[in-house]
Design a protein around this ligand. Structure first.
Ligand code: ATP
Length: 471
């Protein structure tokens, strides 16, 4: 059995001379590659426990080559960087996502040796996906609101204001935009935060039981009422009741709810006396309640009662700046639940996620990230893992002019790279831009330079728009 630790060194040979001179020869089998291109060939032939690679801060194309090179396999990578480079965002992102650890110049040989030993041992004991065991969920993350855009900061500000006022609130917004989470945030920041928070989906309550579910019943009130039961409103005393999809409440139940909102008393089914209950009501809807009022499906007086304060949860497509923080948040959350070797998202995935319209909003994003973490067999999640692809999408989906321009630019660059076998200098000449500009655009669109050579050029030229599979 081969007991030696296999190490690959990438970059100028002289930089490694001192480290390799101090390594125990029978413990280590070492290969050296001058460039990522040479390294690729070595990695195709052999598995290495550990790899050392020099990270330079100035070249985004170099970073992309590294990303592509080390995004697969079980090798644990150690980055060699100078201290100044550690201040750059791109280098920190690369190290965080792809590397086991890093060493700074000037090299401390003893430290480097220790890190290499440790990484090689870690690589040996790393679990395969089949043996990965779930670990505990972080409960406190369950109700955390994530987002940094100006739009979501406005929402935080409105929540803060609304939380301190004890009046009903109508929360509007598309499905999956965080209406229930907003209701929880209002409760958690209100003077009622020590009381219960109960959520009821009005559309999911069985019609024959709504009255008793909300208001409770006395023993013998109807067949099967073998004992007295408190309703949800009563059990929320001193807390907050969240009525989700209030537009689905039947008209007769709307009368009873209106009465409760006016006098803060409930009458149990079969009961004779009304019971005072101190509850704040928050309601949510994804349908247009004004229209429902006009069509006679929702009571005008109840609409005005619950619409004292209004708050809107914006769709994800209106705050693309939040997509990466949200995706990263859920990625970390799922990583904490289940061991995984996936380290993060590829640049192309992040670009595509920003361009995608997210009709199912944050719920859809959560599902796609969860699915991608299961499907991904590399270190970085690809658009394919997320079920997002650049293809004929424009014909079926509305695009802004800016999006359409972006797509066309991306298409042209990919096609030029494909025609020029990934040679940036030639592609730049053909496109009539400088090499620096082309590197910037490759970075902006998250284009994988190698895909130009691998993919079918006609396909690349056809249309580079995101396609959502029919799932
Ligand atoms: N800003 C946010 N940060 C983190 N997670 C969020 C955020 N907004 C929503 N979520 C998560 O997205 C999912 C959907 O949110 P929620 O159920 O609150 O949406 P909703 O608008 O009430 O949906 P529906 O109308 O379908 O009931 C939940 O898992 C929620 O925790």
């Amino acid at each position: 059995m081969d007991t030696s630790r296999r190490l690959i060194l990438i970059g100028e040979r002289r930089i490694y001379l001192h480290i390799t001179a101090t390594m125990t020869p029978y413990k280590w089998s070492i290969d050296h590659a001058e460039s990522t291109f040479d390294a690729e060939r070595l990695l195709q032939k052999k598995n290495y426990h550990t790899g050392l690679i020099i990270l330079e801060s100035h070249s985004s194309s170099h970073h992309q080559d590294i990303e592509i090179l080390i995004n697969t396999g079980k090798t644990l990578w150690i980055a060699l960087v100078d201290k100044k480079s550690l201040l750059t965002k791109d280098i920190r992102r690369l190290i965080g996502q792809l590397f086991h650890t890093y060493i700074t110049f000037p090299l401390d040989e003893e430290k480097a040796n220790n890190l290499l030993e440790n990484a090689a041992e870690m690589a040996r004991i790393m679990p395969n996906d089949e043996t990965a065991k779930p670990v505990t969920t972080h409960k406190e993350n369950d109700y955390c609101m994530v987002g940094e855009s100006a739009t979501i900061r406005r929402l935080y500000r409105d929540i803060g204001k609304i939380a301190s006022v004890d009046a009903p609130v109508l929360i509007t917004g598309e499905s999956g935009t965080g209406k229930e989470l907003t209701a929880r945030a209002i409760h958690d920041n209100s003077p009622r935060k020590k009381g219960p928070f109960n959520a009821v989906n009005c559309g999911a309550l069985p019609s024959g039981l709504i009255q008793s579910e909300l208001f409770g019943h006395e023993k013998g009130a109807f067949t099967g009422a073998t004992h007295r039961k408190e309703g949800i409103i009563e059990s929320t005393c001193k807390g907050t009741l969240f009525l989700d999809e209030i537009g689905d409440l039947p008209l007769d139940m709307q009368v009873n709810l209106l009465r409760f909102l006016e006098n803060h008393r409930v009458l149990r089914v079969g009961g004779l006396t009304e019971i005072p209950v101190d509850v704040r009501v928050l309601a949510a809807t994804h349908v247009n309640l004004e229209k429902a009022v006009q069509e006679g499906n929702f009571r005008d007086d109840l609409y005005h009662r619950i619409n004292v304060l209004q708050i809107n949860t914006p769709p994800l497509r209106e705050r693309p700046e939040d997509i990466e923080p949200l995706a990263t948040f859920f990625f970390r959350k799922f990583t904490a639940e289940k061991a995984t070797k996936v380290r993060g998202f590829s640049r192309e995935s992040l670009v595509l996620m920003r361009q995608y319209a997210w009709p199912g909003n944050i719920r859809e994003l959560i599902n796609r990230v969860r699915r991608a973490m299961v499907m991904c067999d590399k270190r970085l999640i690809t658009p394919d893992d997320l079920g997002l692809e650049r293809r004929q999408y424009a014909s079926r989906h509305r695009l802004t002019l800016e999006q359409a321009r972006d797509m066309a630019e991306c298409d042209a660059i990919k096609a030029a790279l494909a025609r020029n076998k990934s040679k940036v200098i030639h592609a730049a000449r053909e496109l009539g831009v400088s090499r620096v500009t082309l590197y910037r655009l490759i970075d902006k669109h998250g284009i994988d330079r190698c895909c130009g050579t691998a993919a079918d050029e006609a396909d690349l030229c056809s249309a580079n728009i995101i396609r959502l599979p029919s799932s």
